[in-house]
Design a protein around this ligand. Sequence first.
Ligand code: MLT
Length: 248
Amino acid sequence: MLLHGFPFDGSMWDEVVEDLVDDGVPSIALDAPGFGRSEVPDGEPGLELAADAVVATLDELGVDRAVLVGLSMGGYIALAVADRHPGRIAGLALLDTKASADSDEARANRLRVAEAALGEAGADAVAPMLTTLLGETALEHEPDVVEEHRARLAAAPPAGIAWAQRAMAARPDRFDVLERLAVPGLVVRGAEDQIATQADAEAMASAIRSGGGDVELVVVPLAGHMTATEDPSTTAELLATFWRRCLV
Ligand code: MLT
């Protein structure tokens, strides 16, 4: 089950899902609350609600345990599932994400973006993300990838942007969750990621390892924060191999 990054939706995974399904890996990509076909929920924004929606979908599908894959915000949601519903996870793949909470400065910035999105700026509030989401290889040499991401940012729903920024601002540090999960782990990072650092990736891998989970950390060359859209075929190969590792 694939969980997308901010401020995209499940279609972010289309190429990866196509490769996975061709490779015999049953896969589904969800829309987080406020994005794609998911409504903005009522009440206080929180990723716990997004996590419960993941489990409700597993229930609907009749799936007891799934390999969860989360990229960036999707990783935060996967960690919230691991916190609240650990028995539903057969393996956890964390891409371009981190288990730490935000700094005060990052939190304040998220709340500013949320306000701006609901005001005059709308989706323009997230336009500046383009140059940090993509790696320098894509920014300098792959105009189609740049254009696709620019268009996706421009189409992001303002109410979803605001909900997700507030929900991400409220998330706690979840290293303790990784330490007690004890399932196979895969940590992936684009070598050119400017948002989630190598230290973030290593800290997650070591928390999984200290909890007894078998973990692999892979750095994907020439990709930035959006490994799954900058290099979908490598991402799909890594996930297919990981899924098979989780079956045994
Ligand atoms: C994402 O790609 O989901 C975002 O960069 C997450 C974040 O803002 O921390």
